[in-house]
Design a protein around this ligand. Structure first.
Ligand code: FE2
Ligand code: FE2
Length: 328
């Protein structure tokens, strides 16, 4: 009869799990950090893997709309700045893939999910960049929204994620300023340049508000993420904060934010605004945005073109290991 022994092993395991869960809950309650070696509930691990890998994919795909303009930037200085910015985004992707790897998922697996179209990334990067002013609007609005989203993530309960975000946020503020400065220069230029800047703001404003995700009452996972100290503010709170930041900056720039209903509500101490077109958001999310297919095609090509680099690096590592073994 082995049943009783099995039962007791199971109950010891259960007891250990309870203890581990209690330790985890205690760390969260104290607003401490969870580190890779710590026990964590499966759902917490899965949520983080999904969020961090989606975030990494967004950084990598996010290089495309801007790399499109590197060869056409209007001056050597602008070219150098834009190149540095796009390289920063590559770096952000790499810190984040590394952070996700500490949770037990491989880089190769994440990359496969992305190029096979099974992973999500921020839908903002599926919009096109037809004019130079788009570089300004992306920096000001898209990187600006990213900062609002990401500053609270510096305090995310998972250590490697929070620490990666600290460095990323420093670079994002440079991105936001360079975008603002591109728009400022255009707004002080010719009528045509002013129109170009306003047109870019008109096209990027609403998609940048969508970056905060669906309204709070349609965001079912938010409460759990907040209970785990991953997320600190709700989607709508962050969206409000972002709009509050934009209004005075738009005045300095001299651009109009394309929402006739945008007004300060003294009673609510918040901005009233028009309804966001969530149908557009869901369409782009479902892969039917202006550039979804193009973004994935380019990523796949880049992955294939880079195969020789991965093979060469693996071969070099193999040779070094063999040399070390022979020496030993
Ligand atoms: Fe970034
Ligand atoms: Fe950025």
């Amino acid at each position: 009869m082995t049943a009783p022994a099995e039962l007791s092993v199971a109950s010891i395991d259960e007891h250990r799990d309870d203890e581990a869960q209690a330790r985890f809950d205690d760390l969260i309650a104290k607003d401490s950090r969870i580190e890779p070696r710590d026990w964590m509930p499966d759902a917490y691990r899965k949520t983080l893997i999904r969020q961090i890998s989606q975030h990494a994919h967004s950084e990598i795909i996010g290089m495309q709309p801007e790399s499109n303009w590197i060869s056409r930037a209007p001056s050597l200085k602008r070219k150098a700045i834009l190149m540095a910015k796009v390289q920063d985004e590559a770096g952000h992707g790499l810190y984040l893939y590394s952070a996700a790897q500490t949770l037990g998922i491989g880089r190769e697996e994440m990359m496969q999910q992305l190029i096979e179209g099974r992973a999500r990334y921020s839908s903002i990067f599926n919009y096109t960049t037809p004019t130079w002013a788009d570089m300004g609007a992306i920096g000001w609005l898209v990187d600006g929204a990213a900062i609002c989203n990401q500053v609270p993530l510096c305090r995310a309960s998972y250590g490697p994620y929070g620490r990666a975000m600290v460095r990323i946020c420093k670079e994002e503020s440079f991105h936001q300023r360079q975008g603002f400065e591109i728009l400022l220069e255009l707004m002080q230029g010719t009528d045509e340049q002013k129109r170009m800047a306003q047109d870019a703001v008109d096209r990027w404003y609403w998609p940048s508000l969508m970056m905060f995700g669906p309204p709070d009452d349609e965001s079912p996972n938010s409460a759990q993420s907040m209970a785990w100290n991953i997320k600190r503010f709700s989607n709508d709170e962050l969206r409000q904060r972002f709009v509050g930041m934009l209004v005075p900056q738009a005045e300095v720039l001299g651009v109009t934010l394309p929402d006739p209903n945008l007004t300060w509500n003294e009673e609510r101490q918040a901005y009233d605004m028009s309804e966001i077109d969530w149908d557009e958001f869901h369409e782009v999310l479902a892969g039917r945005g202006p550039a979804n297919a193009e973004r994935l095609r380019r990523r796949r090509e880049a992955h294939e073109d880079g195969a020789w680099v991965r093979e060469a690096a693996a071969e070099y590592a193999r040779k070094q290991a063999a040399k070390a073994a022979t020496a030993a």
